[in-house]
Design a protein around this ligand. Structure first.
Ligand SMILES: [Zn+2]
Length: 441
């Protein structure tokens, strides 16, 4: 589970607002910090690949004396997701590609090779950097249409859930006359075929070619996607029998909630919930409940990456209230997963990792390195965003369950304030190590 952009002070801010000493994951047996520097910073784009340059990794000696250091050469979500999904550091903007532009094997592919089910769930577009980094391979995160096509046609995912629905706006209202941008769902022609073919169709026309979807269960026959979008369909998926493969694309454009239009007078400093939530979309816990109900059909188990995507977006926009909303939603999702493991699995067979991909906003109290102040439950804490970008600050890393104690073994670097830390690449490396490496078809 990845809180996009969620650092230590994001936890502090949410805990003060919620009037709680800690989140349940902060009491997990494994509590470490995680470094997330990319191999190459700047940002690779199709138009300017030379803007990428090698950078040294996180330096604990500089981190607490030089705020400028933390505000430069940070990772973005694509490189961070690729590192967590493949075990290899890469350049900013990469989706599953190495610095040499070679394709890397990710945890979804490893899970499928081990006969497990696999999926991704996010509160932002399903083809956005974090879920894409766990499924797809593309030189640049901005090639959304190609990434979406790879996720839906070429991947063996059993579940994909996320926004990007071109038929709705950011308030969850249907757009009439013309669609919103269709790039997050390939294009309008493909999306029409895909939705109409829900539950049955296995070949689609893509860029003038006929392409078949993949086989997810090893019987060598392509498996059709069942497409759901209404909030009722998401809720119904949480219990009972499920389709084999589900694409869940809620009735909203970019994010479940964070991009909804603010009511008149709402500012960056407004309290959370000033503007009522979009009602026609599921919550992250509801999406998780449905995703797990599909993924747990496989007796060999599953891998899933669940992202609270919009703490990053709220932090980029320096929106204090909406940051609290998004963090609360992500933490609710963590509790949903913990309840699911308690009821349907056990901590002897399931590993749960909760972390962030990087820090966004360089969030502190009145000055960098001055703590956030607690103004009491239900009141915005005293906090300041010192950038609209990401920072290189270490992020919290929590793990519980099967094999989790081995992360302590990987934490062989030390930060004077945050303590022992791992590299983001060590997540995929350890999970891959824990899985049986004999495949059987
Ligand atoms: Zn960001």
């Amino acid at each position: 589970m990845i809180g996009d952009g969620v650092g230590y002070n994001h936890y502090a801010a949410a805990n003060y607002y919620l009037g709680t000493a800690s989140q349940v994951q902060e009491r997990f047996p494994v509590r470490l910090a995680m470094a997330h520097s990319p191999a190459k910073a700047g940002e690779y784009t199709a138009g300017n690949p030379a803007s990428n340059y090698y950078v040294p990794g996180y330096n604990p000696a500089k981190a607490w004396t030089d705020t400028a250091y933390l505000k430069h050469n940070f990772s973005e979500s694509a490189a961070a997701a690729t590192a967590m999904a493949t075990g290899v550091k890469t350049y900013n903007g990469s989706i599953g590609m190495s610095v040499d532009h070679d394709s890397l094997v990710n945890l979804v592919q490893w899970a499928k090779a081990a006969g497990k089910s696999a999926g991704v769930v996010t509160t932002v577009e399903f083809a956005h950097a974090t879920p894409a980094g766990f499924v797809a391979h593309n030189l640049w995160r901005g090639n959304y249409a190609r990434i979406a096509a790879e996720m839906l046609i070429d991947s063996r995912c059993d579940v994909i859930m996320g926004c990007g629905n071109p038929m709705y706006d950011n308030n969850g209202n249907p757009v009439t006359g013309k669609w919103n941008n269709t790039k997050y769902v390939v294009d309008s022609g493909f999306w029409s075929q895909f939705v109409a073919g829900s539950g049955s169709r296995v070949s689609f026309e893509l860029n003038g070619k006929i392409k078949k979807v993949q086989d997810v269960d090893g019987d060598r026959k392509p498996d059709s996607w069942t497409v759901i979008h209404s909030v009722d369909d998401f809720r119904a998926l949480q219990s009972g029998k499920t389709p084999k493969r589900v694409l869940g694309c809620p009735e909203v454009f970019e994010t479940l909630q964070q991009e909804r239009t603010g009511q008149q007078g709402e500012t960056m400093d407004s309290e959370p919930y000033t503007t009522p939530f979009n009602k026609s979309v599921p919550t992250l816990p509801e999406m998780i409940g449905g995703a797990l109900n599909v993924l747990d059909n496989n007796p060999k188990g599953f891998f899933v990456m669940i992202e609270g995507g919009a703490p990053d977006w709220a932090s980029h926009s320096n929106q204090k209230g909406r940051l609290i909303e998004e963090l609360t939603g992500f933490f609710d999702g963590v509790n949903t997963v913990i309840d699911w493991v308690d009821k349907n699995s056990s901590w002897d067979e399931t590993l749960l990792v909760v972390t962030g991909d990087h820090e966004t906003g360089f969030l502190w109290g009145s000055q960098p390195f001055i703590p956030i102040t607690d103004n009491g439950k239900g009141k915005l804490p005293g906090m300041v965003f010192f950038t609209k970008e990401h920072s290189n600050s270490l992020v919290p890393f929590f793990a519980r369950g099967a094999g989790s104690e081995l992360f302590n073994n990987d934490a062989d670097e030390h930060d004077s304030i945050r303590g022992p830390f791992i590299q983001n690449t060590e997540i995929a490396q350890l999970i891959h190590f824990l899985w049986p490496n004999k495949t059987k078809h």
